[in-house]
Design a protein around this ligand. Structure first.
Ligand code: FCB
Length: 405
């Protein structure tokens, strides 16, 4: 039997674009139409159905919930803010509070307003001031109700997928463009961190807890030869550590928001930079179970990652961890396996304050569309009917008692 502290945060995470539907002013919307790859459309209709979804979250024993504000709703045209949309997010936050659920609010989760992308996006240094202006508007309005803020979700995934590997809009494939975005995201985070603190201080509010959500994978060398070891070190630094170190140097983290999903099994066949940075074992060595997108299930990696984060000496909140699968037993195996490793890491001195499963609902998984099913709750996309899966009930037993059998 494993016991978690009584003040532990238990819940799930979502992001606006993935669940709300109808985000026409976001840069993903025209990109979907142009490429014809995927179509977010009505998503889960969470924009209208949030009360129902939060009722479910409450009935499943959640006491925390991570959501994001869609920038393109709040500022559909440059400098023109929508008080109606702001009101919507205030209502969303109040709906959580009414149910005794602590909101964890993300200000940027991969999507940008169309106007922002068309006027240089994150490559342009003006992005920092633009993002800050939007955050200022939102934070002033939500600050009386929110304590936990995530400025930017997975900056490393964002700049690498959108500017280096060319998977996501604007589909750039350029080291230097990605580098510019990387620098601007860091600057934006630091500015917003300071602004949030200033707003709370001026209003005499309790000190907020501000972070970003960092995606960290467990980088493991398949065969520990020299080349694989070097590649593993490079990758760990490049994808996991560099950005965190940069924001830590600027003392702009009150806790660490950690998103953990999988293992990166390094096996490289050449000294080329692309191999060193990306090539993974394709030979089925060290086999483990996988999710429906083919990502390795590797719960012990979460323990390893948490111990590495110990050197920052900050509390850690797991802001995402989850599995897409059609096998709900595997979901519970995944979830309980990761919880055990969190508990182990806590025993080894890492201060973990909460666990937010990705995701509350099945949703729009970016360039993969609606096929991957990450939800604790099944969504029928024909009727928008929600049905909690058995794993959600198993998780509820842990979240309500703090005990994992
Ligand atoms: C993370 C993203 C989240 C979701 C999960 C599966 O990288 O933050 O939006 O897509 O992966």
């Amino acid at each position: 039997m494993i016991k978690f502290p009584s003040n532990f945060f238990w819940g799930a995470a979502t992001s606006a674009y993935q669940v709300e539907g109808g985000n026409r002013n976001s840069d993903w919307w025209p990109w979907e139409k142009e490429t014809g790859k995927v179509c977010s459309g009505e998503a889960c209709r969470h924009y209208e159905l949030y009360e129902q979804d939060f009722d479910l979250a409450k009935s499943l024993g959640h006491n925390a919930h991570r959501l994001s504000v869609e920038w393109s709703r709040v500022e559909p045209e440059e400098g023109q803010f929508s008080s109606k949309e702001l009101e919507h997010y205030i209502n969303v936050i109040l709906a959580l509070k009414k149910r005794g659920i602590e909101p964890v609010v993300t200000l940027h989760h991969f999507t940008n307003p169309i106007w922002f992308s068309r006027s240089g996006g994150w490559e342009d240094r003006r992005s920092v001031a633009r993002f800050l202006r939007y955050c200022d508007y939102v934070v002033r309005a939500l600050s009386p109700h929110v304590r936990y803020w995530i400025t930017i979700n997975e900056p490393t995934i964002f700049f690498s997928h959108a500017y280096l590997f060319g998977f996501w809009p604007p589909q750039a494939r350029s080291f230097w463009r990605a580098r510019a975005v990387h620098d601007n995201l860091i600057a934006a985070h630091v500015e917003v961190y300071r602004r949030i603190h200033r707003i709370y201080k001026a209003a005499g509010l309790l000190r907020p807890a501000v972070s970003l959500s960092q995606h960290v994978s467990a980088v493991v060398a398949c065969r520990p030869d020299v080349r694989n070891n070097i590649a593993a070190r490079l990758r760990d630094y490049w994808y996991n550590v560099e950005l965190l170190d940069a924001v830590m140097r600027q003392k702009s983290m009150d806790f660490i928001g950690l998103n953990y999903y999988s293992r990166n099994l390094v096996d490289v066949t050449s000294w080329r930079m692309s191999s060193l940075m990306m090539e993974t074992c394709q030979k089925g060595h060290h086999p483990v179970k996988r999710n429906s997108l083919g990502w390795d299930i590797y719960p012990e990696g979460l323990y390893q990652v948490l111990l590495k984060l110990k050197r920052y000496d900050l509390p850690v909140m797991i802001t995402e961890n989850g599995i897409c699968t059609s096998d709900d037993n595997l979901r519970w195996e995944f979830l309980s396996g990761h919880l055990k490793n969190i508990h182990l890491a806590m025993g080894a001195g890492v201060k973990v304050t909460g666990y937010l499963y990705w995701s509350l609902l099945d949703n729009f998984e970016w360039d993969k569309g609606f096929t991957p099913r990450f939800g604790l709750i099944n969504v029928d996309y024909a009727t928008y009917q929600r049905t909690a899966r058995p794993s959600a009930a198993q998780f509820a037993r842990v979240s309500t008692t703090g005990v994992l059998e």
